[in-house]
Design a protein. Structure first.
Length: 547
């Protein structure tokens, strides 16, 4: 095994002092190779040198046999995907919209399917020992489609928009601890934080963090003036209909293989998407849900792709609305829930059991809490203590935003809770009606996308005052515990700190979070170079079509 001195950072500087401890831990087997790679990359160590140090091939984005094949150039690929509003990239709320944008707009970092962070528009970065100061170096060869050079002014403009006091972007919550942006040169900047945060490079790949040109301002419509640094340029766009992108031959990296991308909105019926795939009308589907798995497997001209993911649903209760302002009511609901039954029946067992604290076992900071048993007798007593000896009637709103399995989960919970006298009135509404009220309803079911770190979801969904805190949960002890965990480098110590975070949230009984669902999609067999991603992030510059 090579010596520690052979490890290099992305900018050639000395590694963060914690890297030495990580090396000792991976040698002794205290942490695994993936934990080492993920943490070392966040600290600015090159993934190539980290992989060499481990004496193994790169775990993330590993080479495959078909990578040696020379891609066929040209052609137009048709992608079935919802065509959503993309007026201001920092304000988008769905990943489908970000997948349109990421053909043209790019990010400072890239997190691959193994949750390992890589350079992108940021060529390198290095944190201070206390993780409160982060220095970034930008690539110097990137050009905007109008000929402007991409530089630190673009980054400063974006970050200042994100964290402005009047910002309506979720980024305002995610990056609220940035106290200063320091321009060090045309291609170098420094972020000064109020508290230590290890996840900064990973957070910069969030789907709301696409970098727009420094001339973009509030009220502009990016689709009408699509300045970009990416491999494709937007040429036509119509919400709920279609979006077309053309290859940029002057792209700063190797130009894309395809000449054109055509995104087509085919509605919400995934079975019709599969029929179009089999008929040769489209080449790639954004998503296949668990309900269509059997159909997808039977299609001779298609290939089903799947991966583990930290995507989930939460049936959350608003802590400031009756009757859920009473912990006893929330706890009674949670004690009735049979999460294993929901995973088995509603999601066909294609996932990982949830534990009602929104941190997945796949997250590097996950701490395994003791399993909580279902207890209908205890739930009945809690109801009686809360003044409902004869049970209680509550409404649960479901939008089926990701498919029928949401409603199936809600119906199972309905049956579970009936045993304790909790009578759930299930209100199923169209997805278009759900999103205007998703963070206002007293009790509703919401889909949450995969994020590489559990703390990223906790920051957005449960920190006091967070932009997407739909349960209106607020606890200074939780906030403080989360702060502590986010500033710890050592994966083992961070997991120990996460025990308190997870326990506080689980004991608050904010939600029933039954499982983490696997991710499915499908493509035509002629589609090459398309890689399934747990976040549904699909850059298309390396994709090509075989003859």
């Amino acid at each position: 095994m090579p010596h520690l001195d052979e490890l290099t950072t992305l900018d050639g500087a000395l590694p963060h002092p914690a890297v030495n401890d990580l090396c000792i831990q991976v040698k002794s087997g205290e942490i695994n190779r993936r934990q080492f790679l993920r943490t070392a990359a966040l600290l600015g160590v090159t993934v190539a040198s980290a992989s060499t140090f481990l004496g193994s091939a790169l775990l993330g984005n590993s080479a495959r046999a078909d990578d040696a094949i020379t891609p066929r150039q040209g052609g137009s690929l048709r992608f079935a995907c919802a065509i959503q509003e993309i007026q201001d990239p920092m304000l988008i709320t769905w990943i489908e919209a970000s997948n349109l944008l990421r053909n043209s707009l790019e990010f400072l970092t890239w997190v691959d399917a193994d949750n390992i962070t890589h350079p992108y528009l940021a060529e390198s970065w290095s944190p201070s020992e206390d993780l409160k100061t982060w220095t970034f170096n930008l690539r110097q060869d990137v050009k905007w489609s109008n000929g402007d050079t991409f530089n630190v002014d673009d980054v400063q403009h974006n970050i200042q928009r994100w964290i402005a006091t009047d910002s309506k972007s979720v980024n305002r919550t995610a990056f609220q601890d940035i106290s200063a942006f320091e321009k060090l040169g045309d291609f170098q900047f420094r972020l000064v934080l109020k508290r230590p945060i290890l996840a900064i490079p990973e957070m910069l790949n969030a789907f709301t963090c696409a970098i727009v040109h420094r001339s973009f301002k509030a009220g502009d419509d990016w689709a009408k003036n699509p300045l970009c640094t990416g491999p494709f340029k937007l040429v036509s766009f119509a919400v709920n209909k279609q979006a077309t992108f053309a290859k940029r031959p002057d792209y700063w990296r190797k130009p894309a293989n395809l000449d054109e991308l055509r995104y087509v909105d085919m509605g919400t019926d995934i079975s019709s998407h599969l029929a179009a795939l089999q008929a040769g009308q489209v080449d790639v589907l954004y998503r296949v849900t668990v309900a269509e798995l059997d159909l997808a497997k039977r299609l001779p001209g298609a290939q089903l792709l799947t991966c583990k993911s930290a995507q989930t649903i939460v049936m959350r209760m608003a802590c400031d609305q009756k009757p859920f302002d009473d912990l006893r009511i929330r706890k009674a609901v949670v004690l009735c829930a049979d999460n294993a039954q929901m995973l088995k029946i509603a999601y066909r067992g294609m996932g990982t059991l949830g534990e009602d604290h929104h941190v997945a076992p796949s997250s590097p900071e996950y701490f395994a809490l003791p399993k909580r048993a279902r207890d209908v007798v205890a739930a009945k007593k809690l109801l009686a203590d809360a003044g409902y000896p004869n049970g209680i009637d509550i409404d649960l709103i479901v939008g089926n935003t990701q498919g029928r399995y949401e409603q199936d989960c809600a119906q199972i919970l309905q049956q579970n809770c009936a045993e304790a006298g909790i009578r759930i009135n299930l209100k199923v509404i169209p997805a278009t009606q759900y999103w205007p009220i998703w963070n206002k309803a007293a009790f509703s079911l919401t889909y949450w996308a995969h994020r590489p770190l559990g703390v990223m979801s906790l920051e957005l969904a449960y920190r006091s005052g967070a932009a997407w805190n739909e349960s209106h949960y607020s606890d200074p002890a939780f906030d403080a515990a989360l702060d502590k965990a986010m500033g710890i480098v050592d994966p083992k110590q961070r997991a120990v700190a996460m025990e308190e975070v997870e326990r506080i949230l689980q004991d608050a009984c904010v939600m029933v979070q039954p499982f983490w669902g696997d991710n499915f999609t499908a493509t035509s067999k002629k589609v090459q170079g398309f890689k399934v991603h747990p976040s549904h992030f699909y850059p298309m510059d390396e994709v090509w079509l075989s003859a």
